[in-house]
Design a protein around this ligand. Structure first.
Ligand SMILES: Cc1ncc(COP(=O)(O)O)c(C=O)c1O
Length: 396
């Protein structure tokens, strides 16, 4: 009974043939990762997040090992996104304050709060479906900068309020995520604000690159907690920044033994799969919103795509129907597996793994078996308590 939703789930699988270039080294360089890791791991409150093994679930699925990197506790703000926007915002402040003050400013001078007065004259802004904006607002509060966050019509009021609680102005825009990005860009241009986006476009590269460099810390912690490379890594994608950053870091860390990279998206927002099929960054129309709010993106980040074009092997889409069951399975685990509170977007990779491992054709196509050791990124914990409580009350 517990797995009936997974067995019935319609998965789409595309295997990319064009990969194997140098994007993992040249777009995000080892230096980019090293600088981000050194800075963020020095922030007050930093602690590595846990890498949980789920042996009972792995045994039930006849897999060797499932490793779940749980980002819920990250800096107390609920998701891996704490690593990206706050760091990229800090780098924007570094550039701008160095210019305004006429001398080079170190990152830790700003992150220690000692330039908060100067930082308060700079406004950072972004569009978000929740987690990225929360991270930027949190960073701005720490560093002293002003913050404007644009959300689209479907972002829950709970998520909006948490961003306000970090001191940001929240502006709600009619339409979807891509509409909120367009409005944030226009307002930034009109007002002299600085966009800190997690997605790139022609002529706009540095902040999204820094966002991805910040995510490298999560991959670094996971690698250091393992003695050998996993066989697979399953990475959920919105604009592709998380997947690209982790894939690049794993390639740099493990070289030729880096794991097979499986990118997972909601059936309702498959822009990375569309890009893989077309072999170029490709947008899709979002006709309706998925429950995986953080993954509801129609336009891939071009920078992220350029890395995934080299590193992404498999692209899977999953229906919303398996998200609740996966969250409940983590909350009420099998055997002695740890109890984990995972959010809707955060569990997408694990949901895909369970469904694929149970469906013979997908299991074979992904080469999943008793010797597989799979790393999944549990990219968020409870980021909207009301939605989480509601999902916990439902039955499979
Ligand atoms: C919890 C969570 N997981 C994964 C993602 C996907 O990240 P990206 O948009 O970089 O692909 C997001 C994006 O907002 C997210 O909030």
């Amino acid at each position: 009974m517990q797995f009936s939703r997974f067995d019935a789930a319609a998965l789409d699988h595309f295997v990319a043939t064009a990969h194997g270039g140098h994007g993992a080294w040249t777009i995000l360089t080892p230096d980019d990762f090293t600088r981000a890791i050194a800075e963020i791991s020095g922030w007050q409150g930093y602690a590595p997040t846990p890498l949980h093994s789920l042996p009972a679930l792995a045994q039930t699925l006849s897999l060797g090992e499932i490793l779940y990197k749980h980002e819920g506790p990250r800096f107390g703000i609920g998701s891996f996104k704490a690593l990206g926007a706050a760091y990229a915002g800090l780098r924007v402040l570094q550039t701008e304050l160095s210019k305004r003050l006429g001398r080079p400013i170190w990152l830790d001078t700003i992150s220690s709060g000692s330039l908060a007065h100067d930082a308060s004259t700079v406004t950072l802004c972004s569009a978000t479906d929740g987690n990225h904006g929360r991270s930027l607002a949190w960073g701005c509060q720490r560093f002293g900068a002003a913050c404007k966050i644009y959300i689209h019509a479907e972002v829950s009021e709970g998520r909006a309020q948490i961003i306000r609680d970090f001191g940001a102005d929240v502006i709600r825009v009619a339409g979807n995520y891509d509409a909120s990005v367009a409005r944030a860009r226009a307002d930034a241009d009109a007002n002299g604000w600085f966009m800190v986006a997690d997605t790139s476009w022609p002529g706009y590269r540095q902040p999204p690159l820094d966002v991805m460099a910040g995510y490298g810390l999560m991959a670094d912690e996971a690698c250091r907690a393992m003695t050998t490379a996993p066989t697979h890594v399953i990475l959920q994608g919105g604009v592709g920044g998380l997947a690209a950053a982790v894939a690049a870091y794993l390639r740099q860390y493990w070289g030729d033994s880096a794991p097979r990279v499986v990118v997972v998206e909601p059936t309702l927002a498959p822009c990375l799969m569309a890009s893989a099929r077309a072999n170029t960054a490709t947008s899709v129309n979002i006709a309706s919103e998925t429950i995986m709010a953080g993954l509801s993106c129609g336009e891939p980040s071009e920078l992220a795509w350029d890395i995934l074009a080299d590193e992404g092997r498999d692209y899977l889409t999953i229906p919303d129907s398996i998200i609740g069951p996966t969250m409940r399975l983590l909350a009420r685990p099998l055997g002695h597996d740890p109890r984990i509170e995972g959010g809707e977007s955060g569990v997408a990779g694990l949901a895909a793994l369970i469904a694929a491992a149970r469906q013979p054709a997908h299991r074979t196509a992904l080469n999943l078996g008793p010797t597989s050791r799979i790393l999944v990124i549990g990219s968020e914990g409870i980021t909207d308590p009301a939605i989480y409580a509601d999902i916990m009350e439902q039955t499979d």
